[in-house]
Design a protein around this ligand. Structure first.
Ligand SMILES: [Zn+2]
Length: 324
C-alpha cells in the first residue's frame, strides 16, 4: 500500500507505492484497458461501446481516499504520512491512435470542461490540498498505456514545485498588485519574438527562460486563478490553444512529440488572485531522433541546460506544419 515518506534534505514528500509495479505495462492494442468495450469483445476499464470523454479512478493509485492504513516506520527525522488523495484517469478519445494533436476542437473543449469539473470536485474533498492536471505522452517519458489519456491528481499537500511557483506569484502580487503571469505575458507579447500563437483569450509562448527545447506555455490574457473559474470564452480559447500547441509540436519534426503537459493553478488553500492557471508543454525531443534527457545537472542540481535558443524554438514552432 502507498505511503508518504518525508525527504529531509529536500523538505518534500515522496510517495512510496509498491503496488504500482504491478500495473499494466504496454499491453497490445487489442487488450488496451482504455479502449471502449465492444459487444462480445475484451472487457476494458470502460464498459461502454463508445465514449467522448471517460473519467475513472486509477486502478493502480498512488494516493487514495481514505488513505490505506500503513505500518508507521517513520522517525522524527524521516516521518511518514498516510497517502491520502485521488488519482483519476481522463480518456479524451475512444480511438486508440488519437492524440491531443488529432482530436477536434469540440473534443478539446469537452476535455477542458472535464478538467474544470474535476478540479472543482477534487478540490472540495477533505484532505485534498492541490489538484494537478497533467498528461504524459509517449513511451519515451514512461507512459505504459499508449491510448491517449491524461490524469488528475488530488494531492494531500501542496507539491514542492507548486509551492515555489506560488511563493513567487504571491511575492509579485504583494509587491505590484498584479499577477506574475500577466506581467510576464505582457513582456513576452511586447517583445513578440517568442510568441507562437496569439488568440483572443490565450497566448502560446516559448518562455524567455525555457528549460526544455521547444518548451511551450499557454497563458490566459485575462486572469484565471483556478481551472473552474474559467468562463466560456476562456475555456474555448484554452481548447484551441491546446490543440494548436499539440499540432505544432507534432509538426515540428513530423513525428509524435513525447511531452509532459503540466497545468498550474492555485492550490486549494491558496490565493486565486495571485496564482494563475498556466499550461506547460515540456517536450522531450530536441531533434527528430534525439531525446532531451534530464541528466545530472538538471536532476541533481536543478540547473537546466537548454540546447535550443527560445527565440529560435519559437520561430520553428511558428512555421511548423500543423496539418492533420
Ligand atoms: Zn486503446
Amino acid at each position: 500500500v502507498p505511503e508518504l515518506r518525508f525527504h529531509p534534505f529536500l523538505g518534500e514528500w515522496v510517495v512510496t507505492a509498491e503496488n504500482r509495479q504491478g500495473r499494466t505495462f504496454h499491453p497490445p492494442a487489442e487488450h488496451c484497458p482504455l479502449c471502449p468495450t465492444l459487444p462480445g469483445g475484451f472487457q476494458t476499464e470502460i464498459l461502454v461501446p463508445a465514449y467522448d470523454v471517460a473519467v475513472f479512478e486509477n486502478r493502480f493509485p498512488s494516493l487514495t481516499l481514505p488513505p490505506a492504513e500503513v505500518e508507521d516506520l517513520g522517525t522524527p527525522l524521516m516521518p511518514t504520512a498516510p497517502a491520502g488523495g485521488v488519482c483519476e484517469v481522463v480518456c479524451y478519445s475512444d480511438r486508440h491512435d488519437a492524440s491531443l494533436a488529432t482530436v477536434d476542437v469540440d473534443k478539446a473543449r469537452l476535455l477542458v470542461r472535464v478538467w474544470m469539473d474535476r478540479s472543482a470536485d477534487l478540490g472540495s474533498r477533505p484532505g485534498v490540498a492541490h489538484v494537478f492536471v497533467f498528461e504524459n505522452r509517449g513511451h519515451q517519458v514512461g507512459v505504459t498505456l499508449s491510448h491517449p489519456h491524461g490524469q488528475v491528481y488530488g494531492y494531500p499537500f501542496v507539491p514542492s514545485v507548486t509551492a515555489r511557483v506560488c511563493t513567487a506569484e504571491s511575492r509579485h502580487f504583494e509587491a505590484t498588485g498584479r499577477t506574475l503571469c500577466s506581467d510576464w505575458l505582457a513582456e513576452e507579447i511586447a517583445d513578440g519574438q517568442r510568441v507562437v500563437e496569439h488568440g483572443p483569450e490565450w497566448a502560446s509562448v516559448v518562455p524567455f527562460c525555457a528549460r526544455y527545447p521547444y518548451e511551450l506555455w499557454l497563458a490566459p490574457k485575462r486572469h484565471i486563478g483556478r481551472l473552474q473559474d474559467m468562463d466560456d470564452g476562456q475555456a474555448e480559447g484554452l481548447a484551441h490553444a491546446m490543440v494548436g500547441a499539440a499540432r505544432r509540436l507534432d509538426g515540428l519534426f513530423g513525428v509524435s512529440m513525447p511531452y509532459l503537459m503540466c497545468v498550474h493553478q492555485t492550490p486549494v488553500g491558496g490565493d486565486p488572485r495571485a496564482s494563475c492557471v498556466r499550461v506547460e508543454f515540456l517536450p522531450f525531443l530536441r531533434t527528430a531522433d534525439r531525446l532531451k534527457y534530464r541528466a545530472s545537472s538538471e536532476t541533481g542540481a536543478g540547473v537546466f541546460l537548454c540546447d535550443v535558443r527560445p527565440e529560435e524554438a519559437a520561430e520553428r514552432l511558428r512555421s511548423a506544419s500543423v496539418q492533420l
